[in-house]
Design a protein around this ligand. Structure first.
Ligand code: FE
Length: 201
């Protein structure tokens, strides 16, 4: 299978999943299985979407569904980089492709926003979910590269065009600040030129 085929097949399968499944728990269950397949092999992410930035973690958009039902993003962590505590407001799946990251959940408890449970360490092939609606999942977390000497990359899938979603980051004192993440890239990978793969000879 060529590199582009893997991502293309994932996108096609995910769209088909959303055509037949509308419940969030079902989408997370079946979507996690699809994402697990995608991150099981690390040979498909184009180099341009795997580049770290010394200043800040990068979020490269790989695909947005034409109806903005879902988006696929490559998160590239430079050594030691981390997110602020943030929410998503839609379901999200995180598949570890390369390296490792920690995700720490937060919950509102007694008027404060506090870490909930132990941080989860993701290693290549693992998939985690966030959701504001599904029992047992949290929507607020902080994610960081598990390494301070190498790059880590995870592939995220969200139930919206996540870069355009109005959401929040949280200060240590629990203060909420409006936030729209945007994307680091201005051009998308061209994974749709089938002529490169269907050449007859
Ligand atoms: Fe997140």
């Amino acid at each position: 299978m060529s590199n582009h085929q893997r991502l293309r097949q994932f996108i096609t399968s995910f769209a088909a999943l959303l055509d037949r499944e509308s419940g969030e728990a079902g989408i997370i269950r079946a979507g996690s299985a699809l994402l697990r397949e995608l991150v099981a092999v690390d040979d498909w992410l184009p180099e341009a979407y795997a580049q770290p930035d010394p200043e800040r973690y990068r979020q490269y958009l790989l695909h947005v569904d034409s109806a903005q039902r879902f988006s696929v993003v490559s998160f590239v962590w430079g050594p030691g980089q981390q997110t602020p505590v943030h929410d998503h407001t839609v379901w999200g799946l995180i598949g570890m492709l390369r390296g490792s990251e920690y995700s720490q959940s937060y919950r509102h408890q007694e008027g404060a926003l506090l870490p909930h449970g132990e941080p989860i360490q993701l290693t290549p092939g693992m998939v985690e979910a966030v959701s504001p609606h599904v029992d047992g999942l949290d929507d607020i977390h902080r994610v960081r590269n598990a390494y301070d000497d190498k790059v880590s990359i995870s592939i995220h899938v969200y139930g919206a065009n996540i870069g355009a979603v109005h959401r929040s980051v949280y200060q240590p004192d629990g203060t909420r600040k409006a936030f729209i993440s945007g994307y680091s890239n201005t051009t998308l990978p061209n994974i749709w030129d089938l002529s490169l793969e269907t050449k007859t000879r």
